[in-house]
Design a protein around this ligand. Structure first.
Ligand code: AAO
Length: 474
């Protein structure tokens, strides 16, 4: 279940973290479809506990499988999926199969109004009762498989997926989403479930729906969240045959490189040589909603220049199933998403440049990022060739005869005549500008008969990357 069922030549997923279904539907029609995005990872769709202050992470504490959350209700969800599919944008849902809500001080109530008593593992909205869960214990040794897969991740009541009843309920929930037209799932905390149980569950799911535009016998796309930086007891290799796996080493290493801890020339061997999973099994990202809050090497919107360079590399280099993060602004781990005085999620507002304003960051609406989504579409199915570097952190390469990209992460200028592999012509650099009505608002590159072009990226240029491709020829 590794096929994401992308439409046409599209090949980038965006995570619209905490967006409302109605807003996603509009975004598909107005922006993602026209800009060539392949799909959206949406926040959990099923009922979660209402937590004081409404932190984003309350959505990782299920109360039932009713499709009612702060993002919207079932009707709005169904409408979103239908409208996105109609413009060729797939929907992947973040699903919590590992656990239900943790203990709660006071009466636990969900976003659909369902009551529960997590302390005694009673979730009448499903219903689940104590025997559907593993006995309570804490994970304190991350090298102990039993603890990882039977105890409670941060206190979340741990479902026993070997039980028929639990399997039945989880399969019903996922099948319901498939019925509504989704293309697949991000499986949260997969490491905390035995792969045999997941294999059974995935294998029991219905095919994707023909009436939603999927070919006959299409299996739901599965990507599993397994954090494996190496030296782990539970490994990504236990899961990668079942579906794709989040490749956290990619996120770590791309952050390291573009923060300047590693010369860019080493990226020539990017991919499995770096210890990453094979390309078709790796769900890749510069940052995700967890590690963007953790600090360390991982790059986020808070370091925009490096972040855009890392994202450009992510989308230019032919490796992995790419996912772009779209965040809301946060100060700390618990910061709530943009909400009003009634604690309802608010819709993003857009400024004159199409960027987001009111607390939403919308990295996917940054020109340098959405234009690289276009680049990745334009160069789809081509190989990398003509790698060039200066022995340090200036690099460049071609993607077949469709695209060319250069990076400068040194403190001095790049000014070189380089092989672009493109047909003779004038090309618009889609990083520094846009091609609008035949004219380029940024730098242009003149490519001669021999494919050579003069490329310059000054160390004080706004962006440290330049990208040209056949769909942005002047
Ligand atoms: C909240 C409160 C808690 C409270 C709980 C219950 O914050 O204080 O106890 O409610 O009331 C999210 C939030 C949590 C939140 C939870 C429930 O992040 O703060 O708890 O919702 O509302 C492990 C799991 C991984 C998990 C990650 C957070 O393996 O699956 O922890 N991610 C997913 C989601 C996440 C969500 C949940 C799961 C729960 O993406 O958003 O939590 O549904 C090591 C291990 C990893 C482990 C990490 C963190 O990783 O290998 O398996 O992830 O530690 O504990 C280096 C190391 C690497 C290490 C990594 C950490 O790179 O090399 O080994 O750092 O980043």
């Amino acid at each position: 279940q590794h096929n994401p069922h992308w439409w046409g030549n599209r090949n980038t997923i965006v995570h619209l973290f905490e967006w409302k279904w109605e807003d996603i539907a509009e975004e598909c029609e107005n922006f993602l479809g026209p800009r060539g995005f392949a799909g959206v990872q949406v926040s959990p769709a099923n009922e979660n506990i209402v937590s004081p202050g409404r932190p984003w992470w309350e959505r990782y504490q299920p109360i039932s499988y009713k499709l009612i959350t702060r993002s919207g209700n079932e009707e709005q969800f169904a409408d979103m999926v239908r409208r996105c599919n109609e413009v060729g944008v797939r929907i992947y849902v973040d699903v919590l199969l590992n656990h239900m809500s943790a203990d709660f001080v006071g009466q636990a109530v969900g976003t659909a109004g369902t009551e529960a008593d997590p302390a005694v593992k009673s979730f009448p909205g499903v219903p689940y009762s104590a025997e559907d869960f593993h006995p309570s214990c804490e994970i304190y040794d991350w090298n102990d498989r039993y603890q990882i897969q039977h105890c409670e991740l941060v206190g979340l009541k741990d479902l026993d997926q070997s039980r028929d009843w639990v399997r039945t309920k989880l399969i019903e929930f996922l099948d319901h989403l498939i019925e509504l037209g989704v293309a697949g799932f991000r499986v949260d905390a997969a490491k905390h479930m035995a792969s045999e149980d997941l294999e059974f569950i995935y294998g029991s799911l219905s095919d994707l729906k023909i009436e939603h535009g999927f070919p006959h016998s299409s299996r739901p796309f599965i990507f599993q969240e397994v954090i494996d930086h190496g030296g782990q007891e539970v490994t990504r290799e236990e899961y990668n045959s079942l579906g794709a796996v989040t490749e956290f080493r990619f996120s770590q290493e791309i952050g390291n490189a573009f923060r300047g801890n590693n010369a860019l020339k080493w990226l020539q061997s990017w991919g499995t040589d770096w210890g990453f999973l094979s390309s078709g099994q790796a769900l890749t990202f510069v940052d995700n909603h967890d590690n963007q809050r953790d600090g360390g090497a991982v790059l986020t919107y808070k370091s925009p220049r490096q972040y855009k360079m890392a994202t450009a590399f992510h989308l230019a280099y032919p490796y992995g199933i790419s996912r772009v993060m779209s965040s809301f602004a946060f100060d700390d781990h618990d910061s709530a998403p943009p909400q009003d005085a009634q604690e309802e999620l608010i819709s993003p507002e857009f400024d004159a440049d199409g960027g987001c304003a009111n607390g939403w960051i919308c990295e996917h609406r940054w020109r340098q990022i959405y234009n690289m989504v276009g680049f990745k579409n334009a160069v789809r199915d081509t190989e990398i060739s003509n790698w060039w570097d200066n022995g340090d952190s200036q690099i460049a390469f071609c993607r077949g005869s469709k695209g060319f990209i250069a990076f400068n992460n040194n403190m001095y200028n790049l000014a070189e005549v380089l092989q672009t592999c493109l047909p003779k012509g004038v090309y618009c650099d889609v990083i520094s500008g846009d091609l609008i009505n035949g004219s380029c608002s940024g730098k242009s590159v003149y490519v001669g008969d021999d494919g050579l072009g003069f490329v310059s990226i000054d160390s004080d240029d706004f962006d440290g990357v330049l990208a040209i491709h056949v769909d942005a020829r002047i």
